[in-house]
Design a protein around this ligand. Structure first.
Ligand code: UD1
Length: 359
């Protein structure tokens, strides 16, 4: 079995912890770095329960060049990086754009500089559907559609995509970018889930809080969008489908390297993929599904629109299907059922969770 070592930045977070599990279960050696600013140490304990393997973990801030370098020096066999570390709350990025530029970009620059200095050139990077010019494009969006953003979070992701493109073109990096649409729910084991130190403002966690009567009403953030029922349309995808796409991205780079060895050439790979389902659901449709799945009423009211929201975000995921051989395995309905089972299993823990932040 192959023993390539992979460094995963910020793995104790949401998508990243699910991805780490997929890699460990596929018998890769992973090393984790996380500064615990928005995650909990118990996530690591739960992952150990899930994979039954020793995991090397560094509590480090990757903004600190020397701290990061120490990891590369102590682990000279790292030759891959999966880079997730980023702040990702859109509302917060609109309130404090500088925070997002300062964090997301400096983390990535430090990482890339370290990779360069240690001759590590393979990277899978997590990006977002927000990089598409959603205000002007007609969905579904394909990878070569025009890029533009409505919020600083999206702009920092797009900037990092450009940085990686330059690193590939001029420094022979092999980079694969994954643009996630709207990942939802949790690992079916019930051991890991989205549990940041504060609750994000995303739709699906809120719908379930209303179903559980922790919150009286859901606020639909505007009902006059250019969609069938006036509410925003998103391409929701099960988080485990997103996590598994990283294995395919990794294989894509590996196959590329092999093909170069055969051709005895030294080139580079820069490729990017939508990770979505081609299926859009409106907010009202999501409420209906959740209501069916939980057998509970989900009262709502219409509230003002959020400044960064767009009408419709749907992926054309054909490229991932054709090149990565990757298609989502679960439907939105199944994801919502997993969510219900998950909440039932963790009712008490979730009730203790921190203060909501609604923006
Ligand atoms: C946003 C980003 C996405 C990012 C994600 C992470 C955009 C366009 N997308 O997703 O890239 O990965 O945040 O935080 O900025 N809604 C309500 N009531 C609520 C919450 C949401 O009606 O209380 C609606 C929104 O208007 C939207 C849909 O639900 O139409 C989904 O919203 P949300 O879950 O916050 O995700 P995005 O904003 O699509």
């Amino acid at each position: 079995m192959e023993k390539l070592k992979i460094l995963i930045t910020w793995w104790l977070g949401y998508i990243w912890s699910h991805t780490a599990v997929e890699f460990i279960q596929a018998w890769y050696d992973v090393i984790i770095v996380d500064n615990l600013s928005n995650s909990h140490m118990w996530v690591l304990d739960n992952i150990k329960k899930l994979v039954w393997k020793k995991i090397k973990f560094y509590e480090n801030d990757i903004r600190n060049y020397n701290a990061l370098e120490k990891i590369f020096i102590e682990n000279p066999d790292i030759d891959w990086v999966i880079h997730f570390a980023a702040k990702k709350a859109v509302w917060e990025s609109c309130q404090d754009p500088f925070l997002y530029y300062e964090n997301n970009i400096s983390w990535t620059i430090n990482l890339i500089e370290n990779m360069l200095n240690h001759n590590i050139k393979n990277i899978v990077f997590s990006s977002t559907a927000v990089v598409y010019d959603a205000l002007k494009l007609i969905p579904p969006f394909s990878e070569n559609d025009r890029l533009n953003t409505t919020n600083p979070y999206g702009t920092t992701k797009l900037t990092m995509e450009y940085l990686l493109k330059d690193m590939s073109t001029h420094k022979n990096f092999n980079s694969v970018i994954l643009r996630y649409f709207n990942p939802i729910w949790a690992h079916e084991s019930g051991l890991i889930w989205e549990n940041p130190k504060w609750i994000p403002s995303n739709l699906v966690p809120f719908i379930y809080k209303v179903a559980n009567q922790e919150i009286e009403k859901l606020q639909i953030r505007w009902d006059d969008y250019n969609t069938e029922d006036g509410t925003g349309v998103r391409d929701y995808i099960h988080v485990v489908d997103v996590a598994q796409a990283h294995l395919s991205a990794y294989d894509h780079i590996k196959q590329y390297i092999k093909s170069q060895e055969v051709a005895e050439e030294q080139k580079w790979l820069y490729d990017y993929f939508n990770i979505g389902t081609w299926n859009g659901k409106t907010v009202k449709e999501m409420i209906e599904i959740a209501s069916k799945v939980t057998e509970k009423d989900i009262p709502y009211e219409v509230a003002p629109r959020r400044s960064w929201d767009v009408d419709v975000l749907i992926a054309n995921p054909l490229k991932a299907k054709q090149v990565l051989n990757r298609e989502p395995q679960k439907t939105v309905f199944q994801a919502m059922e997993d969510g219900r089972n998950f909440i039932n299993k963790h009712k008490e823990t979730l009730e203790d969770s921190p203060q909501n932040i609604t923006k």
